[in-house]
Design a protein. Sequence first.
Lengths: 340, 340
Amino acid sequence: MASVKVTSQDVARRAGVSQPTVSRVFTPGVKVSSAMEAKVRRAAEELGYRPNTLARSLITGQSMTIGLIVAYFDNPFYVEALEKLSRALKDKGYNIMIFMAANHAGDVDQVVQDLLDHQVDGIILASVSTSSDLTARLNEEGVPLILFNRGHSDKSLSAVTSANRAGGAKVAEFLLAGGHERMAHISGWQGASTGRDRCDGFVSALQAKGKEPLAVVDGLFSREAAAAATRSFFSAAETPDAIFVGNDHTAFAVLEVLRGELGLDVGQDVSVIGYDDVAMSAWPSFDLTTVRQPANRMVDAVVAQLIAQIEGRATEPRQIEIDGPLIVRGSARKPEGWVE
Amino acid sequence: MASVKVTSQDVARRAGVSQPTVSRVFTPGVKVSSAMEAKVRRAAEELGYRPNTLARSLITGQSMTIGLIVAYFDNPFYVEALEKLSRALKDKGYNIMIFMAANHAGDVDQVVQDLLDHQVDGIILASVSTSSDLTARLNEEGVPLILFNRGHSDKSLSAVTSANRAGGAKVAEFLLAGGHERMAHISGWQGASTGRDRCDGFVSALQAKGKEPLAVVDGLFSREAAAAATRSFFSAAETPDAIFVGNDHTAFAVLEVLRGELGLDVGQDVSVIGYDDVAMSAWPSFDLTTVRQPANRMVDAVVAQLIAQIEGRATEPRQIEIDGPLIVRGSARKPEGWVE
DNA sequence: GTGAAAGCGCTAACAA
DNA sequence: TTGTTAGCGCTTTCAC
């Protein structure tokens, strides 16, 4: 019940050594004679001593904590990323302080301040953006920030994304090769670089082959918006024979409208392609052709770059793009003679 | 670039006051004359000062941080809970340090130690359990721990669950009222109280009406295990006309096997009922009848109880059960004359 | 390699 | 109310 905090001082007394010696034993990479080490470890064991990381951080200026800011977890891609990030950072000795923030700069800035107050060593922004004011402040304080799955025009920010333009282009080429004629796009939110880049890549690749998309609608990364867009496509005179959707999570809503409300045979009457390759896309219920965002490699890149900046090995911010393959499943008609 | 840390000392000099006066201005509920306050605030503003919460925590013994340990996010129920927990705790002024842990006591204990080293004020365990050794140690250190969605035989631990036995019973009664004859159960993992209680409630309620379940298999909260169990049910001589599954996430796998591989009309040929009522259960692809776990109320209860224990208002641990309704959708045959 | 002394940035106890 | 003094638990000089 009563909080029995054991300090290095207590251990020192019991082991008959000085307090800094105790500290040295618990600081990796500091030399202590094995005799001392043994005495101290035994005393510590007996008392149940563990170093107070707060006190340590106060001195070293390193909290070994990374702040993670996420807007929402509706999209399972971010859930998968969180899981991987958590494990990857833990492996490197870092802990995660997590915050949910509304996706507008004001709220994000507020949360970043909170994190700075906690002396985090670095910050990861997943699916949100921040103001340039704050970026400047972060630079001043020497706390690196990195964007996950978002690009940014400010090249003083590090960012890791997949190759979204290239991904959009792959979709266009696959659909063209499959003989599709009327390709619509329900884009990701145009306020986000991912939404814009996938869209640009797709449209540009079509145009490069002398084709125009049948329609392009901003699906806002929202199931409801995507479902509404799908209905509107099929109440028009000319209906699409393929729909490229800005991410898997919203593509599922599109599939449901097509199969359920419209009674279409997806993959036959109409092709659907998503983006992300979240685990659910492989479920039989969806069987979605999609562009994979390699979450593992993206996470590894984020962690490596962030830690490099924290440790001063990388002073320059980097924008890293990771390429991902098109994963072909049943939701889209395959080109003739298609081989895996 | 260079880390320009502004301390209360800097602010004090600039404002021409003592350092503790600066501290007082930034400590809520401490009296300062408005003249002082104004001077200090202006100086702080000009220098961009913000208090260092680490230093504060070192003295007060309160980190205003809660440790959250989660085993996995495959089940979206935990994702929803994390999102709500994060926002609820933030509202109360607490931050979350999150860890993923493998679901065996050794790893969990390790992570709990980590959290204690960081002087967290309380710990939430979601979907994992801990050893009694550690429980004792936590009591000693005065750090409250609470289980989310797991019960525990040790009544010195607080826990928040839904009324799992009652929920299982509701399912049995609904299926019986619907005239089902051969009811199978793919239970949640029997190593977890939630899995056991739902199972017990279901079976007991059947037996109370003089019925026995056709079959009960441990689905381990795993999609693969649940799918395998489903296949085995339908390769037996007597096949079920209803399957109660331990949670929604695994029920989706059951639905897919029934509809896809077995070509059955779910809701007509066979009824399926899940547990949780995650958002996806309402999607047209699944349309799953399920027992709702009221995540909002469960989260509110966890936060209230944990904070009460932290602040010393509640010295007694509590086991809280929250009741949830059966949500009737298309995956199960309804009793005659059923009204919502 | 070890101990003594200093101090991270802050709050708490005490005078003034 | 405000300033002075002390000290949270630890790491980091600096002598020895």
